[in-house]
Design a protein around this ligand. Structure first.
Ligand code: SF4
Length: 489
C-alpha cells in the first residue's frame, strides 16, 4: 500500500495518478495528518507533497519518507479561483512526478501529464503562447519526451482544419449497440454477449425511441448534424433486418447523416456480403474491420472467434462492394505477443492497405477478465511495447498515413497512447470531434454519453445513458428529459 500526505487535499487524486504512472500498486491511501506519518509503518512508500505560498511564489516540496525529495518553485499565478486551482494542481503534479521519477529511476513518455489529452493541452497552450514556448512548456515543465511532443504537434496540425470547421450548433450523432459475439479477454466495456436469451427486440425498440426523442431535440433547438457514428460493442452483431431497420430509422428521423456515416463492423465473423451491401445502400461511407492481431494463437487467446483469413476475406469483400474508407484497429502489447508477432500483423496490414489504422496499446482495465487472471498471461515488457508502437508508426508512414487523433487511458502498458492514423483526406471527423471534445454529441444507446459544449470548449456538460440494458430500456424517457435541459438553447 502507498500513503500520500498533502496539505492540498483536493489534489489527492491527482497525486495518486502520478504514482500510478510508476507502479501497479493500486492501493493508495490518504494520510490525514502529518503526525500519522511517523506512526505508520506498514506502507510500501509514503509520499508527502506540501505547498507553501508567499506573495510572490508557490513552492511545492515533494518527498518520499526516508528517500528522495524535490522542490518545485513557480511564480504565483493571479486569476480567478479556477485558474489558480489549475496552476496549483499543475505544480503539485510536477513536483510529485519528479520525485517519483528519481525514486523509480524511470522516465514516463508523457511526463507528468495525466487526466488531460496532450493534444488538447497543446491547443490550449497555443492560444496564449508561441509555438516555441508551447514546446518548452511541454518538454521542460511537463517533461514530455521529444518524440511524444512531435507526435502531439503533428496531430494538432492535422486536426486544425477539422476543428476550425465545427460550429457551436454542430452536433454529432452516436448510436450504440453494446452487444458482441464473444467477450474479448481485455474488454472492460459494458457490452453483453448476444445469446439466444438476448431480447434484442426490446433493446432496439428503446433505441429507436431514444433516437426519435433525440432527433426532435436536435430539430427543436436548431442543431446541425455533422456526422453519425454507429459503434458498440459490435453493431454488425445485429441481423440484416435489424441493422437495416435501426440505421434507416435513424437516417429518416435525422434527415441524413451530415458529412460522414461510420459503422463499426468490428468483428469479421459478424460481417457478410448482404450486411455490407445494406450498409453501402444506406450511405455508410466509413467502416471499421478490426483484427487486433493477425496471429491465430493470439486471436484464440484473447477470445475472438475468427481467423486472420476471415479478416482478410471481410476486408476484400468490403473493398469489392465499394467501401473506400476502411479502418483497422490493432493492439500492441497483447498477451503472448512479441515483436515478431507485431511485425507479422503489420505486414498483413501493409498488404491490405486500409485507409485508417488505429494502433492501441493494451490497457489492463479493472473490469476485464485479463485483470482478474493477470498471472496466467505473459505480457510483453514496456520496452517491447515501445518498439511495437514504433514499428506501427513506421508502417503507417509506409502506407502514406499521418497520425490524426490520439488518446491515453489508465492502466496502459508502458504509459503510452492509442493513435489513429489516416491517409490523406481520410480522417474520421467523428473521432476528432469526440476525442478532442470540440463538438456537441447526441448519444443514443445503453452507456452512451451525450455532451454539450458551452463557451466554445471551455465548459462541457455530460448526460450518460444508463449502462445496464434493462435500466436503459426503462429510463429512455427520463434521460431524454435530462437531454432536453442539456441541449436547450
Ligand atoms: S469487440 Fe470490443 S466491445 Fe466487444 S468484447 Fe471485444 S473489446 Fe469488448
Amino acid at each position: 500500500m502507498i500513503g500520500i500526505f498533502t496539505n492540498e487535499t483536493s489534489f489527492f487524486n491527482d497525486i495518486a495518478e502520478e504514482i500510478r504512472l510508476f507502479t501497479d500498486i493500486t492501493d493508495i491511501e490518504f494520510i490525514e495528518s502529518e503526525k500519522d506519518i511517523e506512526a505508520v509503518s506498514d506502507y510500501d512508500m509514503l509520499l508527502c507533497v506540501v505547498l507553501d505560498e508567499n506573495d510572490n511564489e508557490w513552492n511545492v516540496n515533494a518527498h518520499i519518507v526516508d528517500g528522495e525529495s524535490y522542490s518545485f518553485k513557480y511564480s504565483r499565478v493571479i486569476g480567478d479561483e479556477l485558474v489558480i486551482k489549475r496552476y496549483k494542481k499543475r505544480c503539485m503534479k510536477i513536483a510529485a512526478y519528479r520525485v517519483l521519477r528519481k525514486h523509480f529511476d524511470m522516465n514516463i513518455p508523457w511526463g507528468s501529464l495525466t487526466g488531460i489529452r496532450p493534444t488538447r493541452l497543446v491547443r490550449e497552450l497555443l492560444i496564449n503562447n508561441s509555438a516555441e514556448e508551447t514546446k518548452r512548456i511541454m518538454r521542460e515543465d511537463f517533461d514530455v519526451t521529444e518524440e511524444k511532443w512531435h507526435l502531439a504537434e503533428e496531430i494538432v496540425n492535422v486536426q486544425k482544419d477539422i476543428i476550425a470547421s465545427t460550429n457551436n450548433n454542430d452536433i454529432d450523432i452516436y448510436i450504440g449497440v453494446p452487444f458482441c459475439k464473444t467477450r474479448c479477454l481485455y474488454c472492460s466495456f459494458a457490452s453483453e454477449v448476444r445469446s439466444k436469451k438476448t431480447d434484442m427486440g426490446a433493446y432496439l425498440k428503446a433505441l429507436k425511441e431514444d433516437i426519435r426523442l433525440g432527433s426532435e431535440l436536435v430539430k427543436k433547438y436548431g442543431y446541425n448534424v455533422r456526422s453519425m457514428y454507429m459503434g458498440g460493442g459490435t453493431p454488425t452483431v445485429l441481423t440484416h433486418s435489424e441493422l437495416e431497420d435501426i440505421l434507416s430509422y435513424a437516417l429518416s428521423v435525422y434527415e441524413g447523416f451530415g458529412k460522414e456515416l461510420t459503422v463499426e463492423a468490428g468483428r469479421p465473423d459478424t460481417i457478410d456480403k448482404k450486411k455490407l451491401e445494406i450498409l453501402k445502400k444506406l450511405g455508410v461511407n466509413r467502416i471499421s474491420i478490426n483484427p487486433q492481431s493477425m496471429n491465430m494463437k493470439t486471436l484464440e487467446l484473447i477470445g475472438r472467434s475468427h481467423t486472420p483469413e476471415e479478416i482478410k476475406d471481410a476486408y476484400y469483400m468490403a473493398k469489392n462492394i465499394g467501401f473506400d474508407s476502411i479502418n483497422m484497429d490493432i493492439i500492441a502489447g497483447l498477451p503472448g505477443e512479441n515483436i515478431d508477432d507485431m511485425e507479422n500483423t503489420l505486414n498483413e496490414i501493409i498488404e491490405m492497405s486500409p485507409e485508417n489504422l488505429t494502433i492501441h496499446t493494451l490497457a489492463i482495465k479493472r473490469s476485464s477478465r485479463l485483470k482478474e487472471r493477470l498471472n496466467e498471461y505473459p505480457l510483453p515488457s514496456g520496452k517491447d511495447v515501445d518498439i511495437m508502437l514504433e514499428k506501427g508508426r513506421q508502417t503507417a508512414k509506409k502506407l502514406g498515413m499521418k497520425p490524426y487523433y490520439m488518446y491515453r487511458q489508465k492502466y496502459m502498458r508502458g504509459n503510452f497512447e492509442n493513435v489513429g492514423y489516416a491517409k490523406e483526406g481520410k480522417v474520421c471527423i467523428y473521432n476528432i470531434d469526440m476525442m478532442e471534445e470540440t463538438t456537441n454529441i447526441m448519444a443514443h444507446g445503453a452507456g452512451a454519453m451525450s455532451k454539450r459544449l458551452f463557451d466554445g470548449e471551455k465548459r462541457i456538460e455530460r448526460i450518460p445513458n444508463p449502462k445496464d440494458i434493462s435500466t436503459y430500456i426503462e429510463k429512455v424517457q427520463i434521460v431524454s428529459e435530462e437531454k432536453n435541459k442539456l441541449f436547450m438553447v
